[in-house]
Design a protein. Sequence first.
Length: 157
Amino acid sequence: MEIERKFLINSFPDDLPLIEEAVVYQGYISVNPIVRIRSKTSSKGTDYILCFKGKGTLVRQETEIEIDEHTFKELKKLLNAPMIRKDYRVFRLPDGYNLECSLVDKGEPTEFMFAEIEFETLEQAEAYNPPELLNREVTRDGSYGMATYWVRKMQQL
């Protein structure tokens, strides 16, 4: 299960410890149900993931399967639009949670930023009091999901 809260942000935090930095490309083979491919390149190399996501916003089923580069490239041929680029950074919050931040499609007219915090339980997620930098929560607003963004991007082609 994936349990996370999502927030719109204006910039990467400059006062939090940086844990990870990567460039992520993702595309959707299907948006209903969600079937996504993703590459993630960091200083450690590149990982390729095939991901299935269930319905929901705060809580949903998520199954990720590591795939090889060849399989990724073959699946990429099935995409109906260019892949989404995310400049991805993970920061440590003072309360110990990780803040996963993404700058989506930098330089494009549709550019935006969001941050996510993942939780182990629904109770933790519901009780969490986010720091001030996370002032615009969009967890339950499906229009801010990446699959929805992908559909909007396809419609602009």
